[in-house]
Every structure is written in C-alpha cells, then in structure tokens.
Design a protein around this ligand. Structure first.
Ligand code: C2E
Ligand code: CA
Ligand code: CA
Length: 633
C-alpha cells in the first residue's frame, strides 16, 4: 500500500513539474514574441516619422524661399508658426546661406539645439531641407519632430501585449490543469483496472502479491509474523459447466463476500486465479491464530450458497504457510502455500493443509513420477493384474477387476493409489486407461477358455477418460479388436465422476448400455451418497466401499444391509469390496449380497495366476459337482 501511494505521489509531482516547465516555456515564448513585435513596431513608426519630417521640411523650405530672399523675418515667422498644430512638431529653424539663424519657432518656446549628432534618434527625428530659388541656394531649414507620441503608443501597445499575454497564460494554465486532472483520473482508472479483479472487485493476483510483498517487508522490519492462505474451490468447474458462467461468477462473488466477512479487516482477500483466492493476514500472533483463521474460512465455505435459485456447495481446500517460519520471500511463501494447497486437494479436499517441508519432497516425487510414468507406458514397466470376484452364495468366480500395476525400474512397485492421481492430474490417465481397457479385453477373451462359464472383466474408468469425447469409441474399438462380447465387459465409474457432469454421464451410460456393456458404481457410499440418482442412472451394480466392510459384522452392518436392500429395490447387484475375513463373507451371504471381492478370496494377481485360480475352481467344482454354477450374464 505504502509503495503504491509513494508511486502515485511521484507521478503527481512529475505531472505538476511537467506543468510548471510548460508554463515557463510558454512565458518565454510570449516574451520573445512580444519583444520582436515591439521592436518591429518601433522601427516602422520611426520610419514613418522620418518620412513625414522629410516631407514637411521640404514643404516648409519651399514656402520660406521668398521671406529669406527678402529677409522678411515676420513672414518667415508666420510660415513657421503654422507648424504648431503638426502632431509631432518640436522645433524648426531657418539658416541663411552664411549659416546664421534667420528665424525659428518651437513649441513651448523651445529653442533650436545644435545639429543632429547631439540628438538621440530615439527621442526625435530631424531633417534638414535646402531653401532654393530657381536652383540658387538661399539657406536651409531644420525641422525636428519629437518621438513622444511613438513612445506613448508603444507604452499602450506594451500594456495591451502584457494584458493579452497574461490572459493567454491564465487560459493555458486553466486548460493544462483540466488536462492534468483528466490524466490523473485516467491513471487512477488504469491503476484500478490493473489491480482489481473485475468479477469480485477484489485485488487481483498482481495486487495480492504486491500486498504480500509489502507485508513481508513490514514484518521483516518489526520481527512479526504473517500468514498466507491459498484457497481453492473444490468443484467450481462442475458448477461452471453445469449452471453456466453467470452462475459461476455469482458464486465467486458470494465466496468473495464470505471470505471478506471472515477476514473482517484483519487482512486482505484477493482473487488470484479462476477459482483460487488468497488471504494475506499481515500480522498474526502465531501459528495458532493463523490456523484459527483458516479453520474459519473452511467452516464458512461449508454452508450452502444460493445461486440461480438453487443451493450449491462450494467447499474449499486451503493451503497455509507463515512468514518467517515457512519462507522469507514472496516467491518462497507462495510456492509453499501452493504445495500445502496441493496437499489439501490430494488428501480429500474440503480441508486445510499447513505447509511442512516434507511436502516439498512429496511434490518433487509427484513430478518425478509423472515424468517416469510417461516413459513407463512404452517401457514394459506396466502390467494389468486381476482380482477375482466371486458369487457370494456359491463362491464360484464370476469375474475379475483389472487393476493397473507399475513396477518402476528404480523405485520398484509404485502403488496405484499414488500414481493414478498423478496420471489423472497430468491427463496421462487417458492413454493409460486406453491401454488397460485394451489389455483387459484381450486377456478376458483368453481366459474364457479356462472357465466353465463366461467370466467378465471390470475396468476402472476415471473422470478424465469419461470427459474425452471419443471414449465410447475406444470401448467399441477395444471390444472389436479383442472379440470380447460386450456383455463380458463391465465399467466401474465413481459417484463423483458421474456427478461432475450428470447430463453427459447419463448419455454415456445409455450408449454403453445400448452396446451391452455393464456398468457399476465404484466405492459406493464414499461420494455424494445421494440415492436419488440411482433412479436416473442406468447402472447394473453397486460396489460397496471397503471402508464399510472393515466394521463388519458390527456397526457397519446397518449401512451395508441398507445398501443391499436398496440395491434389491432397484434391481441392482451388489459387490462387497475388501472382504478379508470369513465372518464378513458369512455375514454378506446372509444379508443377500450378490458378489464378493477381497484378499480372503483372492488378491490382485497377474493373468497367469488368475488362469490357475480359474482352473482350480473348475477342479474343485467338478469335485463338488457344481452343475448349476451361477453365472453373471
Ligand atoms: P479400487 O477401484 O477401489 O480398487 C480396489 C482396490 O482395493 C485395489 O487397490 C485392490 O488391490 C484393493 N483391495 C482389494 N481387496 C482388498 C482387501 O481385501 N483389502 C484391502 N486392504 N485392499 C483390497 P489398488 O490396486 O491399489 O488400486 C487402488 C485404486 O487405484 C483403485 O481403487 C482404483 O481407483 C485405482 N486404479 C487401479 N487401477 C486402475 C486403472 O486401471 N484405471 C483407473 N482409472 N484407476 C485404477
Ligand atoms: Ca474399482
Ligand atoms: Ca473400489
């Protein structure tokens, strides 16, 4: 703020300095022009006076020829007196041929002075004309005109010039001041536009970072602490896509209002990106106070917003760091708050993450993973493993879930829980997913020869893949290339994937079902837990999330039996995931669960191992004589 004010003051004084300089230049120009005009005027008036004096002297000389010839001084005096009413007349003198004064006349009795040299041309104009009679010289007449009139005219002229110049200067000054005011207003407007976000009227990215820099300088000087919070809305893109940009803008404005209210003057809120906000709390007592502020932010954003007549949730992930503990420069603080935000987003969203140095290591690891994952696709480090799924009642294998495995050349086995999110963020999941789909279809065709009845394959589909326009074509292509009947392919979609863009998701599901492909909802119960969509989504199956199985039998029973009976109402089959104990399986059987999958029955394994399991199953069933073995399709 201080810097900005200082910059503005510099600019203002510069504007006024420029104004003063221009004024001085204008005064100098006016003075020069005035002097030139004045000199020109004086010279031309003088010339006119000289000519007039010359003409009058000649006339007087003509009229004096007779009086001088007859030495008639009275007649000469009469002739000379006639000059008294001539405008510039001062004195006149008549000399005879011998140079003696014959007659003279002067205003106010002025006497003739010696000849020209002693006369100042500025004060008078003097002319001598010879007196002749028929070519014979008789003497001369000397006539002197005063320049008082010229000086008087010049004084008036100068007065007028000064007045006009002053008027012009005043006018120029007035215009300059008005222009300056307009320039200052335009500068202020530009300054506002350059530092303000147009949607929320909050400081924009540039201004927010500027404020952060100033706060860092102040705390650096007084040894205090400050907090930087980066806030990212969790599902703004979905709102924007589903409800339109106007609704998105409305939501952003409301969020801005909420953040401002939370900060309530103890800091500044800025919008630094599409759905990213920053709060700079320029003075905090310590980590606890900063954390309290961040908690208030996440809590405030958990309340629903009214946008376009409907209720929307705009939960946010928050990354926080402190000066000087987590960074000393603006770049370091922003980068560390960003790392913390990234962490908050990838550990479940709708939460606060405080920066810790270990996070940077994790971020670097993610970057390395992304780079290596790009290579892995072509280097043979990837494989698809299959986890068998069993019919609960008969414990016969009915299908297998394809799960991607990455054996990194240096780091060894990397968990999908770690690399799948990296692949999703970088978009690599599209290529990886296609590869898994093709591999799984081809493997499933091969294993049909080993089972007694058809065994389906389930493939996980990520949000990013579903958003790709050509995804359905990829499914058709994989089926065609492998020759797998569509009914043996199952796609696992998660609730959040479907809720992102309900309309296109429903369209995709209809098209996939029309092909004959089965659809199931993965990790059921962990997402929206909204049961209303079960009616509108054309699905075949629910997969109850592993977390509910952990507390089975026991407190999880209520939820799991509710899901099973709900699924029955909607004519959906149910897969229980993560079955690890025999009691769980027994309980599921009693509850009427359709299928089970978990370590108890089989871990994810390479296709060769799965074929063995299938062969084993055949052997044991042959032994048990399972003629009426169930099948899924
Ligand atoms: P998921 O789709 O829920 O897959 C089931 C996960 O639970 C697998 O982890 C599986 O190994 C694990 N699991 C199965 N039975 C048990 C059990 O009894 N106990 C325990 N504790 N875990 C069990 P995995 O293979 O590590 O995969 C993790 C997640 O990665 C998957 O969760 C899925 O979301 C994702 N994923 C894996 N492969 C792919 C893929 O090809 N495409 C996509 N889009 N996602 C994949
Ligand atoms: Ca799955
Ligand atoms: Ca699952």
């Amino acid at each position: 703020m201080v810097n900005r004010r200082r910059r503005k003051a510099d600019r203002l004084s510069l504007t006024s300095m420029l104004g003063a300089g221009q004024l001085l230049a204008a005064v100098a120009a006016l003075v020069m022009a005035g002097v030139v005009l004045l000199v020109y005027q004086v010279l031309s008036l003088h010339n006119a006076l000289n000519s007039e004096t010359r003409v009058q002297a000649a006339i007087v000389a003509d009229n004096l020829a007779a009086p001088l010839m007859f030495r008639d001084r009275d007649a000469a005096a009469d002739t000379l007196r006639a000059l008294r009413s001539a405008p510039y007349f001062q004195w006149v003198a008549v000399y005879d041929q011998g140079g003696l004064l014959f007659a003279h006349y002067g205003v106010n009795g002025q006497l003739p002075v010696a000849e020209r040299k002693s006369l100042d041309w500025l004060h008078s104009a003097q002319e001598a004309a010879p007196i002749q009679y028929r070519g014979k010289p008789l003497g001369k007449v000397v006539l002197v005109h005063g320049t008082g009139g010229i000086r008087e005219a010049m004084a008036h002229y100068l007065g007028l010039l000064v007045l006009a110049s002053l008027g012009a200067l005043l006018l120029a000054q007035l215009l300059a001041r008005r222009t300056r005011a307009r320039v200052v207003a335009a500068e202020r407007e530009l300054d506002y536009l350059a530092h303000t976000d147009q949607v929320t009227a909050l400081p924009n990215r540039r201004a927010s970072y500027g404020l952060l820099e100033e706060a860092i300088a102040e705390r650096g000087a007084d040894g205090g602490q400050l907090a930087l919070l980066l806030i990212d809305l969790d599902n703004f893109k979905a709102v924007n896509d589903a409800a339109g940009h106007a609704a998105g803008d409305d939501l952003l404005r409301q969020v801005a209002g909420v953040l401002r209210a939370v900060v309530n003057g103890s800091g500044t809120v800025g919008r630094i990106g599409g759905d990213e906000f920053a709060i700079v709390a320029p003075s905090v007592a310590g980590r606890a106070q900063a954390r309290a502020l961040a908690d208030q932010v996440t809590a405030a954003l958990r309340s629903p917003f009214q946008v376009g007549g409907s209720e929307l949730f705009a939960t946010a992930s928050v990354g926080m760091c402190l000066f000087p503990d987590d960074g000393l420069s603006m770049g370091e603080l922003v980068s560390n708050a960003d790392t913390a935000l990234y962490h908050a987003k990838h550990t479940g969203r709708n939460r606060l993450a405080e920066f810790q140095p270990a996070m940077t290591v994790q971020t670097q690891r993610r970057a390395t993973l992304e780079r290596d994952l790009r290579r892995a696709l072509g280097s043979g480090e990837l494989a698809v493993h299959y986890q068998p799924q069993f019919d609960c009642a008969t414990e016969t294998m009915v299908g297998a879930e394809a799960l991607l495995r990455w054996h990194h050349a240096e780091h060894g086995f990397v968990s999908p829980a770690e690399f799948i999110p990296v692949a999703e963020d970088s978009g690599l999941i599209v290529a990886l997913g296609r590869w898994v789909l093709e591999r799984a279809c081809a493997d499933a065709v091969a294993w049909q020869r080993h089972g007694e009845q058809p065994v389906s394959v389930a493939v996980n589909v990520s949000a990013r893949q579903l958003r790709e326009r050509g995804f359905l074509d990829e499914v058709v292509g994989a089926l065609r290339a492998s020759g797998l009947p569509a009914a043996l392919l199952e796609l696992e979609l998660t609730e959040s994937v479907l809720m992102e863009d309900v309309e296109s998701a429903v369209q995709f599901m209809r098209d996939a079902r029309a092909l004959g492909v089965r659809l199931s909802i993965d990790d059921f119960g962990t997402g929206y837990s909204s049961l209303a969509y079960l009616q509108s989504f054309p699905i075949n199956q629910l997969k109850i999330d592993r977390s509910f199985l952990q507390s089975l039998p026991g407190e999880g029973s209520t939820i799991v039996s509710a899901v099973i009976s709900l699924a029955q109402d909607f004519q959906l089959t149910v897969v229980a995931e993560g079955v690890e104990h025999r009691q769980q399986l027994e309980w599921l059987k009693r509850a009427g669960c359709t299928y089970a999958q978990g370590y108890l029955l089989g871990k994810p394994m390479p296709v060769a191992a799965l074929l063995e399991v299938m062969a084993e199953g055949r052997k044991s069933r042959t032994y048990r004589g399972a003629a009426d073995a169930p099948h899924r399709v």
